[in-house]
Design a protein around this ligand. Structure first.
Ligand SMILES: *[C@@H]1O[C@H](CO)[C@@H](O)[C@H](O)[C@H]1NC(C)=O
Ligand SMILES: *[C@@H]1O[C@H](CO)[C@@H](O)[C@H](O)[C@H]1NC(C)=O
Ligand SMILES: *[C@@H]1O[C@H](CO)[C@@H](O)[C@H](O)[C@H]1NC(C)=O
Ligand SMILES: *[C@@H]1O[C@H](CO)[C@@H](O)[C@H](O)[C@H]1NC(C)=O
Ligand SMILES: *[C@@H]1O[C@H](CO)[C@@H](O)[C@H](O)[C@H]1NC(C)=O
Ligand SMILES: *[C@@H]1O[C@H](CO)[C@@H](O)[C@H](O)[C@H]1NC(C)=O
Ligand SMILES: *[C@@H]1O[C@H](CO)[C@@H](O)[C@H](O)[C@H]1NC(C)=O
Length: 589
């Protein structure tokens, strides 16, 4: 659910309330935050990366994950995950047993995965592995605390028993049955009598082992049905959307009197309520979509209960919204609020030095319209895309300066974010930054080149700062702290152009349109983690609900396929998601 989502453009991220209130030390936006290595999603992503690692290292045998050593994430257009893990080749000589690892052929790998959940897209963007060596040689990484896990983690790849009533098991059984029919090719179809045993192993994907009793689908009941017990392996790689039956072993047929009512038992389970059934189905989809792997049935059941509770919260939230924002089950839908806060939001305050900006002069006596949009005045460039780089702060600052410049000079120029990534030493490039610092850096640099003169690359591995002073097109005189009063912010916006703002991105990750108005508890105004630009405001009227929704129109930098053609409508008037907490603007005199 989107409100549980790891928001995040901030590295040192989300300040505790006290820190924010007392020290006024905002964290850079766009940096990396640590994640617990035991996090299910991280394990899933680590599994997801195995194929890429196999390719990249040209390993001849497939690889198994031994352990995630460390993990962190960063908000870009989506989320970047940096995961440090240890993999070993699988020992294929021991075929009939549980898959075991060849501990002499292991590597330590650093991978980066870029996930854009709203496009249902994740890509391994970087793989760097050591040469293969014995697992022992990585024991320094494993060190004291986690050493014990080496033994336990070699159990990765061992069998996990599954609940026979599990919808996923039914799914695999259906597939197994059709495989049996296909392999026999006798034209006789089979029906399921009972599932005897089901287990799964985590490989590159999931290997299901199902033991089942199947019977020929004949109508003659004279001397019972012809049945057999079969052992079937189905290998599923959800991210490739493939299932393959890799083994079918059936013993010789025997005749039994099958209780007819048993045959279709699986399709006729009585669930106490239709609703619960639907919820289970959704949960299975959720598990599939996000390749969730739970360590035991108990754990799975527990996660289902949390998921169910969270679904209620989503409903509650949507009722409260009285708007059109759509909320859905994100990959965090199986975490409690506490778990989420612990694992994703608890962080160390920034050491970034805080520049106190002079306060803006608010034009108090101007009358402002009920709706306003700077896009109607040719001062807003098309929506840009920060890609997998934590440069939201640069896009936010630039959107503001582009507007300032257009209003001053009458010419709308698209300006260079890359210049800031490469040349702004106060900020941290793709590792995050602050708009207020970017303004100061631009003053020091002397100005900005255009987007075309200094084009966006989305990474910082070019040869340092490429600034050419003779190409500077726009310079700024100073920057101001606008206000935390949303009425004053609107006045300043109308008088001076688009503004740089920090927000909590929790509600944005799965935003698909409409006016977003999450309750404060789910989108804390104190946890700013993303930099964007307010370019206008308006009011949506919902006569049916007898409600009006004032909103800010916010330009994001995740491309125009995200949100409403790249824009986000966020409720205006109650400091939703902290939109009024870090509002600033450059001034061109
Ligand atoms: C990620 O991979 C998918 C499938 O391989 C591809 O279609 C998509 O364009 C890639 N996305 C990015 C941003 O590279
Ligand atoms: C199912 O398989 C597990 C592990 O292979 C085994 O411990 C268990 O006894 C089996 N159950 C049945 C009913 O065969
Ligand atoms: C079994 O056979 C009956 C009658 O031929 C048919 O209606 C039914 O669909 C078959 N069931 C399966 C699972 O093939
Ligand atoms: C799995 O099956 C699909 C289609 O049946 C096939 O294209 C693919 O190559 C198979 N994959 C493996 C790993 O055998
Ligand atoms: C802007 O002003 C507000 C309210 O006075 C203050 O909380 C905030 O820290 C200031 N921000 C900066 C960057 O000076
Ligand atoms: C800087 O730009 C000017 C023209 O705008 C060009 O003549 C000059 O060669 C450039 N300098 C460098 C170092 O690229
Ligand atoms: C709509 O809201 C207004 C103001 O809150 C109230 O006066 C009015 O009675 C409401 N109308 C309906 C149909 O509920």
């Amino acid at each position: 659910m989107k409100f549980l989502f790891l928001g995040i453009c901030l590295s040192i991220a989300l300040l505790g309330d006290n820190v924010f209130a007392q020290k006024h030390k905002p964290s850079p936006l766009g940096g990396y935050q640590p994640i617990d290595v035991d996090n299910e999603n991280i394990k899933k992503l680590a599994q997801f990366s195995l194929d890429s690692i196999t390719q990249q290292t040209m390993s001849k045998r497939s690889l198994g994950l031994i352990r995630v050593v460390s993990a962190k994430s960063q908000v870009v257009a989506g989320i970047n995950y940096k995961i440090d893990l240890i993999v070993c080749e699988k020992d294929s000589t021991k075929k009939n047993k549980d898959i075991v690892m060849d501990h002499k052929n292991c590597r330590s790998c650093d991978i980066t995965i870029w996930e854009q959940s709203w496009l249902n897209n994740k890509n391994v963007t970087k793989v760097a592995c050591t040469k293969p060596s014995e697992l022992e040689s990585f024991s320094n990484v494993a060190a004291t605390k986690r050493k014990r896990d080496i033994h336990e983690d070699t159990m990765v790849g061992s069998k996990i028993n599954l609940d026979l009533n599990d919808n996923k098991v039914k799914d695999i059984v259906d597939y197994a049955l059709s495989s049996v029919d296909q392999q026999e090719g006798s034209g006789v179809s089979h029906i399921l009598s009972k599932i005897i045993n089901a287990s799964k192993q985590i490989v590159a994907g999931i290997l299901y082992n199902i033991e089942l009793e199947i019977c020929e689908n004949s109508t003659s009941q004279v001397d019972g049905k012809k049945c057999r017990i079969c052992n079937v392996n189905v290998w599923e790689q959800t991210w490739l959307n493939t299932k393959n039956t890799s083994k079918i072993n059936c013993n010789s047929p025997y005749r039994i009197n099958v209780v007819e009512s048993n045959l279709n038992k699986l399709n006729k389970q009585n669930y106490d309520a239709e609703e619960r059934f639907e919820l289970k189905k959704d949960f299975e989809n959720f598990i599939n979509t996000h390749s969730k792997i739970y360590s035991s049935l108990e754990e799975k059941n527990r996660r289902f209960r949390i998921y169910a509770a969270n679904m209620k919260k989503i409903k509650l939230l949507q009722n409260h919204e009285q708007g059109t924002a759509i909320y859905g089950a994100t990959q965090f839908a199986d975490l409690t609020k506490n778990e989420f806060q612990e694992k994703y939001l608890g962080l160390n305050p920034s050491s970034a030095k805080n520049k106190i900006l002079p306060m803006a002069e608010i034009p108090h006596d101007i009358a402002i319209p009920t709706e306003f949009d700077w896009r109607d005045h040719s001062v807003v460039t098309p929506v840009k895309n920060q890609g997998s780089c934590g440069s939201c702060w640069a896009f936010s600052a630039i959107a503001n300066i582009e507007g300032q410049n257009a209003l001053k000079s009458g010419k709308l120029l698209s300006l260079s974010e890359q210049e800031l990534i490469d040349c702004d030493a106060m900020d941290n490039g793709c590792g995050g930054g602050l708009m207020t610092q970017a303004f100061e850096a631009i003053e020091n640099l002397g100005g900005l080149e255009t987007e075309s003169a200094y084009p966006y690359e989305g990474h910082e591995d070019r040869k340092g700062c490429q600034l050419n002073k003779s190409k500077l097109k726009v310079s700024i005189s100073k920057a101001v702290n606008v206000s935390t009063d949303e009425g004053d912010i609107a006045k300043f916006l109308v008088a001076h152009g688009p503004l740089s703002v920090g927000v909590n991105a929790n509600a944005m990750q799965f935003y698909m349109g409409g006016v977003s108005h999450p309750i404060h508890a789910l989108c804390s105004p104190k946890s700013l983690d993303h930099g964007v630009a307010i370019i206008g405001y308006g009011i949506h009227k919902y006569p049916y609900l007898n409600a009006t929704l004032p909103f800010w129109t916010i330009k994001n930098s995740w491309g125009d396929k995200w949100g409403m053609q790249g824009y986000y409508l966020l409720y205006r008037g109650d400091g939703s998601c902290g939109v009024n907490q870090m509002v600033s603007s450059a001034i061109i005199e």
